[in-house]
Each structure stands twice: as C-alpha cells, then as structure tokens.
Ligand binder design. Structure first.
Ligand code: NBP
Length: 483
C-alpha cells in the first residue's frame, strides 16, 4: 500500500479535495468513484497529483496504509450509508472513515454509533467553501472521536484555508458536532444573503439607482466593517450585464430562490432546542415565498403603497439613506450571527459537546461562504467571556448596535410605510427589542394558557405555581407545576 489517505466520490467536491490533498507534501492519495469514468478522467487530467486509482472497494482498501483513512464525498443520505457499508466490508477495526458530505447531524450521530460498534473510527466533517474552497482551502468542521483527530489533525490543517496564519479547522466536538456547526454556518449564510438582498432592494426602490451603481455601493461597503465574501460577490453579481439582452443580469434572473435544505434544518433544529433563530427562519421562509409564484399577487390584486410612481431620493438624501441601510444591515447581521451562535451553544448543551465558540468563529474567517472580517470580533467576544450568554451583548456589539440603532429603526419603519418587504431586517429588530423588553406580553399568554388549559403560572412576587379557577369563582389556588 502506498497511499496515506483515500477519497471516495469524485464529483466536484471529492476530486477537488483529492487534488488539494495530493498537492501537500507527504500525501499520496488513493481515489475511487462508483462509476469508473470519473476516476479515469481525474487521473488523466492531473498526472501531477500522483493519484493511486482504485476500481473496486477491495483495491481501494489494499492501496491504503494502516490505519486506513478514507474521506467520503458522495451525495448525502442513502449514498453515504451505502459507501460506509462497503468500506466496513473491506476495512479493519481502527481504520478511519470520514464523511465530508452535507449530512444531517442526527444521521452522523447514528452513523458514528453504528460504525464505532464495529470497531472503526467515524468522523462527520462539515466542509464549506464550495468547489473552489475544496481545491484551494476550505473551512473544515470535523466532529468524531479524539483518537481520530490525532491522526487527522495534521492532514486537515495542511489542506484548510488559512486566516491570519491560522488554519481554518478545529476539532469541533464528538460525533455530530461538526455537521451541526456546518448546518448552523449554512443557516447564518441564508440570513446574511437575505439581509444583503433586502439592502439592495431598499436602495434600488428608494433611490432608483441601477444595479451597477448599487454594485459600487457594495464594493465600497466591502472596504469597511461589512467586509466579507458575500458582500464582495454581491457587487460582482450586480455589475454583471446579460450578454443576450444587454440589461443587468439580476433583472433577467427569475426571482425565485432555491434551497438545498440546510437552512431549513437549522430552523427545525432550533425549534426542537427552543432557540429563537428568527432571522434565519425569515431568510428560509423568504426563499419559500419567492418560490410560490401561484401565490404571489404580481397582478396587483393586493392593495398597498405603489412605489413605482413615487419620487426617488437624490443627492445627499440618497447618500444618507444608503448609509442608514448599511447600518441597518450591520445591526441585523449581528443579530443573525448572535442567533446562530446561540443555537450552537444550545446544541452543545443538549448533545453534550464541548464546543469552543471562539474557535468556531475563527475557522469561519476564511475558506467558507460566510467568511468575514467581522468574525474576528466574535472571536474576541468569546475570548473575553467564554460563557457569554448572548453574543450581541458583548461590549463591541453593544457599541455597534448603539451606533446603528436609529438608522435601523428608521429603515424598518420606512420599508413598512413604503410597502417594501424587509422580513429579515424587521424580524432582527423585533428580536433585539424582545431581548431589551423589561416585561413581555408572555404574561398575558400564560394567563390565556391557564384559562383554557389550566396550564398554571408563576408570580413575580412569590414562589410557587398558581392557577385561577376561571370557570368557578375566579379565586387563585396553588397548583402543581405543569408548565
Ligand atoms: P454530489 O452530491 O453531486 O454526489 C455525486 C457523487 O456521489 C458521485 O461521485 C456519485 O458517484 C456518488 N454516489 C452517488 Br450519487 N450514489 C452513490 C452510491 N450509492 N455509492 C457510491 N457513490 C455514490 O457531489 P458533490 O457536489 O461533489 O458533493 C459531494 C458532497 O459534498 C455532498 O454531500 C454535498 O452535499 C457536499 N458538499 C457540497 C458542496 C458544494 O459546493 N457542491 C459544498 C460542501 C459540501 P457516480 O459518479 O458513480 O454517480
């Protein structure tokens, strides 16, 4: 056997990760794909990589040094289970099987248990950065046992993206922790994209600026505190002109956003854990709304303000508006990340993972889709206070929110008055005000629950659990806690 690591699944992600691995000193990479053509193609196109091709699982196992290490990059779900079964037939106890696909973390927990029972090591690893990241340096989020990390750490560090001298990989936690964190990364990505889209829409509708002019605004924003990959590519997309029609590409793209499901998983999981990730949820639902043309009343059947006839802001007024949108975007973005980290914290507590939140923010600084300057501030916040209960209460973010506050409220109010949907902006602000509120109307809800279901309530002035005899004489009695 000559290879120290192998890759199963040679579509875009697998072949690029295999090339990335092969380009690092000391690695010899075995490659296998279910249909032979992809293997032949990869090996023929990249002689420099020195791949060791295998055309059966037996050959693949025979080409790997022990303990064998195999990275699976196939379609998530059934195909992953099929490949794990095949590998367990030809591997030996102690070998390491890594799933780098976009698995649901609960599947990873199940797989780790089943694979471990047969004596193998299993590592569920989140991989972010798309095909370019896979080739040049992704952000890697491995879970799995400590023993596997000892072997894998150096290899993964060598292929990961580098941010300020540090590789974008850390051992996130046991079993499903890596895929959980990758899932939340994608949820935050949905929110970030929705917020950027709302900012673009507000600027365009309020100022009448062209997509190319708005591209300049985003390029400018990318030199400041909003600097990030998503802001950068937004400018690129807005600047693109359609070759066929000569109009901005964004104007000929059908306005229906697709989704592969990880944003939805983030929200479903948050509901199970009782974590309010409202900004991420709005982003997921905004895509759903866009994708139901049969429900959208584009014909104007639903009444409301018509901004097509209104005056556009110009000159200094337009500039001031754009700056307010920037501040609202920044504040809403802080909320989205705060909610995402809240979900990771709750997941870690529930599944008994010890996750270093500061380390998570650091490995997202390069390689992945949400890479941003801003993540350094999150790392600082957790370094100063590892047990921070709500990220946005860190002093740096409180300062930023203090600065952004008036603009944020103004933009949400203007959007509502003008009839421009800004669901993620509005919901982020509502969440923020929910956190600020001294009293929430939850007291009334608890009263309603006690009325119709005898669900009881607690009082602010004494211990115990109480129930009002609503259908009797309406006196209060002490009750058993049935919250
Ligand atoms: P795909 O998700 O399109 O999967 C195609 C690969 O799966 C091919 O190699 C295919 O083999 C193999 N495969 C299938 Br389908 N069923 C199989 C089976 N029963 N046994 C063995 N192999 C099987 O590839 P991808 O886009 O490269 O993504 C790979 C993984 O990485 C996915 O889980 C994806 O969610 C994840 N991911 C993707 C990105 C991205 O930007 N694309 C980013 C991060 C993570 P064949 O050639 O014989 O059909």
């Amino acid at each position: 056997p000559t290879a120290n690591i192998g890759v199963v699944g040679l579509a875009v992600m697998g072949s690029n990760l295999a090339r990335n691995l092969a380009s690092r000193e000391g690695n010899t990479v075995a490659v296998y794909n279910r249909s032979r053509s992809k293997t032949d193609e990869l090996v023929a196109e990249h002689p420099e990589a020195g791949f060791v091709p295998a055309f059966s699982y037996e050959e693949f196992a025979a080409s790997l040094q022990k303990p064998r290490t195999a990275l699976i990059m196939v379609k998530a779900g059934g195909p992953t289970d099929a490949v794990i079964d095949e590998l367990m037939n030809v591997f030996e106890p102690g070998d390491i099987i890594i799933d780098g696909g976009n698995a649901l973390f609960t599947d990873t927990i199940r797989r780790e248990k089943a694979v471990r029972e047969r004596g193998f090591n299993f590592v569920g690893m989140g991989v972010s950065g798309g095909e370019e990241g896979a080739l040049l340096g992704p952000s890697l989020m491995p879970g799995g046992p400590d023993e596997a990390w000892v072997t894998l750490g150096p290899i993964l560090r060598s292929i990961a993206a580098v941010a300020e001298g540090e590789p974008c990989v850390t051992h996130i936690g046991h079993d499903g922790a890596g895929h959980f964190v990758k899932m939340v990364h994608n949820g935050i990505e949905y929110a970030d994209m929705q917020l950027i889209a709302e900012a673009y829409d507000l600027i365009r509708r309020a100022t009448g600026a062209s997509p190319a002019e708005i591209a300049d605004v985003f390029a400018e924003w990318n030199t400041g505190e909003l600097e990030s990959y998503l802001i950068e590519i937004t400018a690129e997309v807005l600047r693109q002109v359609d070759a066929e029609t000569g109009t901005p590409l964004v104007d000929v793209i059908l306005d229906q956003a697709g989704a592969k499901g990880t944003g939805g998983w983030t929200v479903q999981t948050a509901i199970d854990l009782g974590v309010p990730v409202s900004g991420i949820a709005e982003a997921v639902f905004a895509r759903s709304l866009s994708s139901h043309p049969e429900q959208r009343s584009i014909s104007g059947a639903l009444p409301g303000p018509d901004d097509s006839t209104g005056e556009h802001l110009t000159g200094a007024d337009a500039d001031a508006f754009i700056e307010q949108v920037r501040l609202a975007l920044y504040a809403s973005k802080i909320v989205a990340y705060s909610q995402g980290f809240d979900e990771i914290r709750a997941g870690a507590a529930h599944y008994d993972w010890s996750i270093d939140l500061g380390a998570v923010s650091k490995i997202w600084r390069a390689g992945c889709i949400i890479r941003a300057q801003f993540l350094n501030r999150i790392a600082d916040a957790y370094e100063a206070e590892p047990d921070l209960a709500v990220l946005l209460t860190a002093p740096y973010f409180v300062d930023a929110l203090t600065r952004a506050q008036d603009a944020w409220r103004n933009i949400v109010a203007l959007a509502a008055a003008a009839g421009i949907p800004a669901p993620a902006f509005s919901s982020s602000l509502a969440y923020y005000d929910g956190l600020r509120a001294r009293r929430l109307p939850a007291a009334l809800i608890q009263g309603q629950r006690d009325f119709f279901g005898a669900h009881t309530y607690k009082r602010i002035d004494k211990d115990g659990t109480f129930h009002t005899l609503w259908s009797g004489d309406r006196t209060e009695v002490e009750a058993e806690d049935t919250h």
